[in-house]
Each structure stands twice: as structure tokens, then as C-alpha cells.
Design a protein around this ligand. Structure first.
Ligand SMILES: C[S@@+](CC[C@H](N)C(=O)[O-])C[C@H]1O[C@@H](n2cnc3c(N)ncnc32)[C@H](O)[C@@H]1O
Ligand SMILES: [Zn+2]
Length: 385
């Protein structure tokens, strides 16, 4: 066997591997950590774990699922056959021959073969480039009922609303730009997967959604058909005049206007900038995240522990966030301090949390006018000495 091209051995978690000419980003580690934790929680619950790593690259995920989530079997598929020796070498160094399989086929071909052979997987990980749309529905063909599907989108330009026609083609939804666009990326991906699952008489539920500044990853659980969540699959409206958001159902589209609430009722109502349809419900399964967090704590994975804490807090809040610079700009004041503003809003009876989508932002059930008022109060109060 040809030795891997890169002489240096990389360590991530318990995996040791060469990267050679494969695509591998150290910065994407947290997204892999979350997947390993989810897989490990499921493995403990179900007593079994068979993973299909459909776009393996150098095999880092396959290794980690086997070594850190006790997968019984990992199928590492990588479309580029030139990575074959590297991938096989990496897996063979740490795993027994019976516990892994390497193939070099198009991922969709693999998914359909799984379906044809009724060979379904507890976790299907699709680490694709681009918008992920070609695999949103096909990944379901290889996923076990009750199992997990981990999807990717790297096309933040489209999900951020800068190419709405392309967004229609990818996700069947019109995406427009607004300040909470990082969260919109996750919601479009989930919404599209939900619709595609429903079209096949199945359902998917979000387990978690994660954004690292470049890439969206969503973990979904596949289940038998459920009643369609009509109230949570709809549209997000943004008012460019006052900065507030509204969620809208299909039936409300004809009345999609903003009266600007407490900011300025003197200004005539304005039409909203509408994106969707997309998933508007909770982004994460809080109970499952708590189990993942317990495991992260046990393993002393501090970054994942903190991230999961933030995800649990943000989960049930409305499907958008307000950025601190926008609150400052609209209130004609300095950018407010996040923690002081959060305390002030809590004192006023609102729910509020940080959001992992954007460090300089808050999620809250308060309107933007309430945020601006609260920020003004914070700035008026002198700092305690
Ligand atoms: C983002 S990289 C994978 C990185 C790897 N999963 C990791 O975590 O380091 C995507 C990989 O998918 C492969 N690929 C792209 N399209 C594919 C397809 N349709 N079927 C199978 N593999 C594909 C590419 O050759 C590339 O190695
Ligand atoms: Zn308005």
C-alpha cells in the first residue's frame, strides 16, 4: 500500500491520522465533537451504533465515531478514489478489519444501495461542500427510523439572502438578507429536510443546529410520519424601518405589514421583507442536549460543554436575534454591553439568552423597541465603582 503523502500525524480526540491531500479543517473540530457526543448518547441508549460517513475525506470522523462513540461499524465512503490508500491506512491503524469498510462511490449511489438492501444506519454523516441540497432528501434513504442524519451547508451567501433565486432552487424557500441571517441558514436547511421527509411519509425533528461562522450543521432525527407542524413551518418577516421581526403562517402572508410597535406608530405601516418557508420551532432538543452536555463534562470537553449550555438556553426563544450594533444604531447610542442589557431585560420580565450564532447579539421574546429602551436605561446608570 502507498504510504500517506503527509508525514505528520494529526491527533484529534482519540483519532490519530494523516491528512495527505484530503480536505481537513482543524477549525471544524467542534462540529465533529457535537456529532460524536450525539452518537455516543444514542449508542448508550440504543446499545448499538452503525455509522455511514458518506464523505469521509481522511477518515477523521469515522475514526472518532469508532473510538469515542463506540460505533460497532463505520462505513467510510469517499468519492475521490485517490484518497483510498490514505483513508484505508488511517482506519486500519486504529480499527479492526471487521469494524470498518471503505468505498469510493458517489454518496447518492451509496444511499440508494442502502435502501435497496434494507441496510439502514443509526447515523448518516454528510459532510458535503456547498448548500447540501443534493443530499437533503437522499440521505434519508440510508437512515434507520429513529436514527440520526447530520447535514451540512457551506453556502452562507445563499442562506444569508444574497441569492434568493438560488435559495428557491436549493431549499424551495426565498431567503432575504436581514441581521439574523446566520440563524436563518439553519432554519432553511431544517425546513427543507422536513418538507422532503414529509413528502416521503416520514418526519425529521431537529436534535441540534450549529454554526461555526462558515458552515451550518444540523443534526436531525428521522421518525415515522408525524402530524405536519403547520404553526412552526412558515415565514420570517423583517421590518427594515424599525428592525423588528414577525413570524407568519402561509395564511398571514396577505397581511404582512409592521406597525413598528412602540417605536413609532406615527410612521405608516410598512411591508415586511419576508423569507421562507422555513422551520420556526425550537432549534434544539433540549433534553438530548443536556445528555450530550453531561457526557462533554465527563470528558472534560470544556468548549463543547459551554456551547451546549448556550444552545440549551437559546433553544426555545423566537427564531431570530437582535445584534447589539443594530440596537445601538437604531437607539442612536453606543453599542450596549451584552450582559448588562440581558440583565435589564430579565428584570423587565423578558426571556433572554446569548446565541451561538452571533457573539454580538441576543435572543429574546422582547421587541426591538424594548431592547432599545432597556439599553438606554443601562447606559444611563453609572458603573458601580
Ligand atoms: C468537506 S470534505 C470532508 C471532510 C471530512 N469529513 C472531515 O471531517 O475532515 C468533503 C469530501 O467529500 C468528497 N465528496 C464530494 N462530493 C462527493 C460525493 N458526491 N460523494 C462522495 N464523496 C464526495 C470530497 O472528495 C471530499 O473529500
Ligand atoms: Zn416596523
Amino acid at each position: 500500500m502507498t504510504p500517506p503523502q503527509s508525514p505528520s500525524l494529526i491527533t484529534e480526540g482519540q483519532a490519530r491520522f494523516h491528512v495527505g491531500s484530503a480536505f481537513y479543517r482543524e477549525q471544524s473540530r467542534l462540529g465533529r465533537d457535537l456529532a460524536i457526543l450525539a452518537a455516543a448518547v444514542d449508542q448508550q441508549t440504543r446499545g448499538t451504533l452503525r455509522v455511514l460517513d458518506a464523505m469521509s475525506g481522511c477518515g477523521v470522523r469515522s475514526l472518532r465515531y469508532a473510538l469515542e462513540a463506540a460505533a460497532d461499524l463505520v462505513w467510510a465512503n469517499e468519492g475521490n478514489p485517490e484518497l483510498g490508500d490514505l483513508l484505508h491506512h488511517n482506519l486500519a491503524q486504529s480499527l479492526t478489519n471487521e469494524s470498518f469498510r471503505v468505498t469510493h462511490r458517489d454518496a447518492n449511489e451509496v444511499f440508494f444501495e442502502c435502501y435497496q438492501r434494507r441496510d439502514f444506519y443509526d447515523l448518516v454523516d454528510i459532510d458535503s461542500f456547498g448548500g447540501g441540497a443534493p443530499y437533503l432528501s437522499t440521505g434519508l434513504w440510508a437512515t434507520k427510523l429513529g436514527g440520526l442524519l447530520y447535514l451540512t451547508s457551506t453556502d452562507t451567501r445563499t442562506t444569508g439572502g444574497h441569492n434568493p433565486e438560488h435559495s428557491v432552487q436549493l431549499y424551495g424557500a426565498y431567503a432575504r438578507p436581514h441581521p439574523a441571517s446566520h440563524e436563518q441558514g439553519a432554519r432553511l436547511l431544517i425546513g427543507s429536510a422536513m418538507q422532503q421527509a414529509a413528502a416521503r411519509g416520514l418526519a425529521v425533528q431537529p436534535v441540534f443546529a450549529y454554526y461555526n461562522g462558515h458552515v451550518h450543521r444540523v443534526m436531525l432525527r428521522l421518525t415515522a410520519a408525524q402530524s405536519w407542524p403547520a404553526k412552526q413551518y412558515g415565514f420570517l418577516g423583517y421590518c427594515h424601518h424599525c428592525g423588528h421581526y414577525q413570524t407568519l403562517s402561509w395564511r398571514q402572508l396577505g397581511r404582512a405589514i409592521c406597525d413598528h410597535g412602540a417605536i413609532s406608530r406615527a410612521i405608516a405601516p410598512q411591508p415586511l421583507t419576508i423569507s421562507g418557508p422555513m422551520w420556526l420551532g425550537p432549534l434544539h432538543d433540549e433534553a438530548f442536549l443536556a445528555q450530550m452536555q453531561g457526557l462533554a463534562l465527563q470528558r472534560d470537553w470544556r468548549e463543547a460543554t459551554d456551547l451546549l449550555g448556550m444552545m440549551i438556553n437559546e433553544s426555545a426563544l423566537p427564531p431570530y436575534y437582535f445584534t447589539l450594533p443594530e440596537i445601538g444604531r437604531r437607539g442612536r447610542m453606543d453599542i450596549p454591553k451584552r450582559d448588562k442589557l440581558m440583565t435589564e431585560l430579565r428584570d423587565r420580565g423578558f426571556h433572554v439568552s446569548q446565541t451561538h450564532f452571533e457573539a454580538q447579539a441576543i435572543k429574546t421574546d422582547a421587541a426591538i423597541a424594548d431592547c432599545i429602551n432597556a439599553a438606554r436605561t443601562c447606559q444611563a446608570v453609572p458603573h458601580p465603582l
